[in-house]
Design a protein around this ligand. Structure first.
Ligand code: ATP
Length: 370
């Protein structure tokens, strides 16, 4: 059993900084859970508390069936992989991987067997005699992974392990970490500020902001049903377009959102899925439109109420997709307001902006409909 449970876990540093506030999480046996959020949101602190590298100010953390609050890091049976890799520069790859096993006084034969196995999984067999300074970034990262894997811990804890790698290698190693975790089935908590990494790796993703859990769910769930504006804006690239509008209930029982001088009809499906929306008639709200949910009206022949009129002012061809930027005379929602509104419901409103500046929306199209 290697589930990890956090019950009302808080951390206040000596200088009074409240880094994590009453965090509740149940990470099941074998699950790959990603903690994601902007710099300073408390994700590293949360991970370090699970690792036993940071005292817990309040609440309890359990690993398996044990409450570990007062158990020192070395006795928690967790292995941590850091962004910096933390390899011993004077030891070769074999000895770096073997280090934890030597400390545990395993036999030489057992150590050789385990290190060889792990080196094979990580394709490091040919580099066992090299020192870290003679390895590439990706290879160093593998050695750091090897050191964690070889101990067969109950839990892997990873703190931005890919952030020192270049973009291409990061994608490769990301896939490798996913594969290794799946094969080994070890409960994993992974910290990153990169939403793409979070969405691609996590069985479940926990979005944090200012020490508070914003939403926990499967990647698709977060994408399709963000619980607040912060999550809506944080997940997805390019991000969700957000504009402010007014909800209108017309005499013929149709529902519309007025966006500047234009109006969009609210589809029945949206009203059915979110019945609470009916309570907002006549009020300001924020409309979120994913770039890929836009289509080219000229090609597809859209009906009234489905069209925002505009002329594209920038087209970015990316091969598989084309990003089209187009201005509309719709009040924008500023990023700062999104931050401030983060704890409100996605359909919310008293402090919605009403400006008249032009907004640029981004649409994502397949090259055929350019
Ligand atoms: P990053 O991605 O930048 O590492 P993070 O989301 O991992 O950020 P933490 O490192 O957990 O965030 O920090 C959370 C908050 O706690 C921040 O405001 C940070 O400044 C503060 N903090 C972290 N370590 C300490 C410390 N030792 N003493 C005081 N405050 C700290």
């Amino acid at each position: 059993m290697s589930s990890v449970v956090l019950n009302d876990v808080s951390k206040t540093y000596a200088d009074g900084t409240s880094a994590v506030k009453e965090l509740n999480l149940e990470i099941s046996d074998g699950e790959f859970l990603v903690l994601v959020g902007p710099s300073g949101c408390g994700k590293t602190t949360a991970l370090r508390m699970i690792a036993g590298l940071e005292d817990i100010s309040g609440g309890t953390i359990s690993i398996g069936s044990r409450v570990v609050n007062d158990i020192p890091s070395r006795d928690r049976d967790v292995a941590m992989v850091f962004q910096s890799y933390a390899l011993y520069p004077h030891l070769n790859v074999f000895d770096n991987i073997a280090f934890g096993l030597v400390l545990r006084k395993l036999s030489k034969a057992e150590i050789t067997k385990r290190v060889t196995e792990v080196a094979k999984v990580l394709q490091l067999e040919n580099h066992l005699k090299r020192k870290p300074r003679n390895l590439s970034g990706g290879q160093r990262q593998r050695v750091a992974m090897g050191r964690a894997i070889v101990r067969s811990p109950q839990v892997f804890l990873m703190d931005e392990p890919l952030s020192n790698l270049d973009a291409k290698l990061r994608v490769q190693m990301r896939a490798e970490i996913a594969r290794i975790q799946r094969d080994l089935g070890v409960t994993t908590v992974y910290v990153t500020h990169d939403q793409t990494e979070a969405m691609t790796l996590g069985d479940r993703v926990v979005v944090m902001k200012r020490g508070l859990l914003q939403q926990a769910g499967g990647p698709q769930e977060l994408y399709d049903r963000p619980r607040n504006l912060f999550v809506a804006g944080f997940v997805g690239s390019p991000g969700m377009n957000m504009v402010s509008g007014v909800l209108e209930h017309r005499d013929d029982d149709s529902w519309w959102v007025t966006l500047g001088s234009q109006a969009l009809r609210v589809p029945e499906s949206v009203l059915t899925e979110r019945p609470a929306l009916r309570g907002y008639a006549g009020r300001s709200l924020i409309v979120g439109i994913r770039p890929e949910d836009m289509e080219d009206a000229a090609i597809l022949g859209a009906e009234e109420g489905q069209v925002l009129k505009s002329v594209a002012d920038l087209v970015e061809a990316m091969g598989s997709d084309v990003l089209v930027h187009f201005p509309v005379d719709v009040p924008p929602v500023m990023t700062d307001d999104i931050k401030e509104l983060a704890d409100d419901d996605a359909v919310a409103g008293p402090n919605v902006l009403s400006g008249t500046e032009d907004t640029v929306l981004v649409g994502r199209f397949s090259p055929r409909t350019k």
